[in-house]
Design a protein around this ligand. Structure first.
Ligand code: AMP
Length: 216
């Protein structure tokens, strides 16, 4: 199945994605992760994206669209994919429709994770990630066994530069202004399923599993 997962920063897209990919054996394609890898490796694309990302702003469409098409055309997406973090603007959504036509891999279902602002603030400011294996933790809700050290690979955890209250304001503003119209775009196509993602991850995944199993 070709799945999109959407929701504001801190809604739990990354965590839900790892559950979905394990249960439905599809590759996880996160544009945020791909961009962070490019920044870490100092590629041309990474250099173009860095300042936008650190400011909590969207990277320009022309930087990101080609990166997504290249990725969706790869062999491992033949049996489906889970796209996370793209599209975030109407222009990207329209481009993704064209990419779907060109690759024969159109979006089939859009999961929208809904969480109220206060909960997002807590999740964002407490989030810590492993820069090596990508594991996601939270200082209170999902702490590591040894403080600051990844349980999976033993690396030192980091806080993303954009995981602050101030940057959350910018990210939320862009979400409301640019990404909400994307949800409407897919709602008009009859592809949207709303998920209440304000409780713990097990409760959220139960809802997701039901939607995807019913469609399979
Ligand atoms: P994420 O990990 O999905 O929160 O993405 C982190 C950052 O990467 C965002 O705040 C943007 O700066 C950038 N980014 C990721 N996906 C996109 C996209 N589809 N369009 C523009 N910028 C993006």
């Amino acid at each position: 199945m070709n799945i999109l997962i959407m929701g504001p920063a801190g809604a739990g897209k990354g965590t839900m994605s790892s559950h979905i990919c394990a249960a439905f054996t599809v590759p996880h394609i996160s544009t945020g992760d791909m961009l962070r890898e490019n920044v870490a490796e100092g590629t041309k694309l990474g250099l173009q994206a860095k300042a936008y990302m650190e400011g909590g702003h969207l990277v320009p469409d022309e930087v990101i669209n080609g990166m997504v098409e290249e990725r969706l055309a790869k062999d491992d997406c033949a049996g489906g994919y889970l796209l996370d973090g793209f599209p975030r603007t109407l222009v990207q959504a329209q481009e993704l429709t064209k990419i779907g036509e060109r690759t024969g891999r159109p979006v089939q279902v859009v999961l929208v994770l809904n969480v109220e602002r206060k909960i997002l603030e807590d999740r964002i400011t407490g989030r810590r990630i492993c820069p090596k294996c990508g594991a996601i933790y939270h200082v209170r809700n999902h702490p590591t066994k040894k403080e600051g050290i990844c349980d999976v690979c033993g690396s030192s955890l980091v806080q993303r530069k954009d995981d602050t209250l101030e940057k959350l304001d910018a990210r939320m503003e862009e979400y409301e202004r640019l990404t909400k119209p994307v949800i409407d775009y897919y709602r008009n196509m009859g592809l949207v399923y709303e998920i209440d993602a304000s409780k713990n991850q097990d409760v959220t995944f139960e809802q997701v599993k039901k939607v995807l199993s019913d469609l399979a």
